[in-house]
Design a protein around this ligand. Structure first.
Ligand SMILES: C[S@@+](CC[C@H](N)C(=O)[O-])C[C@H]1O[C@@H](n2cnc3c(N)ncnc32)[C@H](O)[C@@H]1O
Length: 277
């Protein structure tokens, strides 16, 4: 019996049945009865635990997904990237495609890449990555928040000429995919929310194919602000938000053997990338 007959739901409820079938083939432990009833592949099941932090509670609210892509994301992130000098959302997305070895929208010969967008929220970055992938490619958006994923699935719409896109409910700190699965992994605007960001980076590195590329957009402590381990820990415990030191993320990628590490620094954020040898 295939995943669709097993799930008991109509294939039309998710964007593309073939995308779900493809994702099931990438999982370390594919579920015997995949649940796609909410429009995404749910690997976490019913939530009973309260959100672990204030920041996570905000992310899991029903309100944030409604305003995230058009208001919260551009206002908050563009300011943190130093607007009007720093890159706007379109420039940030173009840099992501470029650094990940994907094509730009309108280019000929888009790669048939398999791409993972970790902590995809409402799918804003997932769709931007899909715009750089050819029709044979696959783009997977993973997030833990049901509200965000419902919005992602609704906003991504019917499959057109682009790659398969599939949303998965899973934990970024314990990625459910097999080793060496993805040509590119992206994690924007989320590493600072994870309870264990370095285990998450271990996982993102693990699921990259040899030669695959990783890009991360995350927080950055301005050099003018003195590094205080205690101060950082107090902020993290109170809000669930980690502010990373200036060389902490590049160092983490180097420690995991990534090469060709590059970085752009913004006032309160940093864009960091590397390649698995
Ligand atoms: C600010 S949004 C980022 C959305 C998008 N990547 C962007 O750059 O705009 C952060 C997302 O991280 C997700 N998230 C936080 N911790 C997570 C975890 N442990 N596993 C999966 N998703 C997580 C939240 O649910 C939220 O959707």
């Amino acid at each position: 019996m295939d995943a669709w007959s097993n799930s008991g739901v109509s294939a039309s409820m998710v964007r593309s049945p073939s995308a779900v079938e493809r994702v099931l083939g990438l999982l370390e432990k594919p579920p015997a009865e995949p649940d796609v009833s909410a429009g995404y592949l749910d690997l976490l099941g019913p939530s009973t635990e309260p959100p672990p932090s204030l920041a996570q509670s905000v992310m899991q609210s029903t309100f944030l997904p409604q305003i995230y892509e058009k208001v919260w994301r551009p206002v908050g992130f563009n300011l943190a990237k130093g607007w009007p000098v720093g890159p706007d959302t379109a420039a940030e997305q173009a840099a992501a495609r470029d650094w990940l070895g994907l094509a730009q929208p309108g280019d000929d010969g888009k790669p048939p890449a398999t791409v993972l967008d970790v902590a995809c929220g409402p799918g804003n970055v997932t769709r931007a990555l899909a715009a750089g992938v050819g029709a044979d490619g696959l783009v997977v958006g993973l997030d833990a928040a049901q509200t965000m994923l419902a919005r992602a699935a609704a906003d991504t719409g019917a499959k057109g000429a682009g790659p398969d896109v599939c949303y998965v409910r899973g934990n970024a700190v314990d990625l459910p995919f097999r080793d060496g699965t993805f040509d590119a992994v992206c994690c924007f605007g989320a590493l600072y929310l994870f309870d264990d960001p370095w285990t998450a980076v271990d996982g993102m590195t693990r699921v990259l194919k040899p030669g695959g590329r990783l890009i991360i957009l995350t927080s950055r402590r301005p050099l003018a602000l003195p590094a205080s381990r205690l101060g950082g820990e107090i902020v993290r415990r109170a809000t669930g938000f980690t502010v990373f030191g200036d060389r902490e993320v590049t160092g983490a990628l180097a420690d995991r053997g990534l090469t060709g590490i590059r970085r752009r620094r913004y006032p309160l954020m940093q864009l960091v990338a590397g390649r698995r040898p």
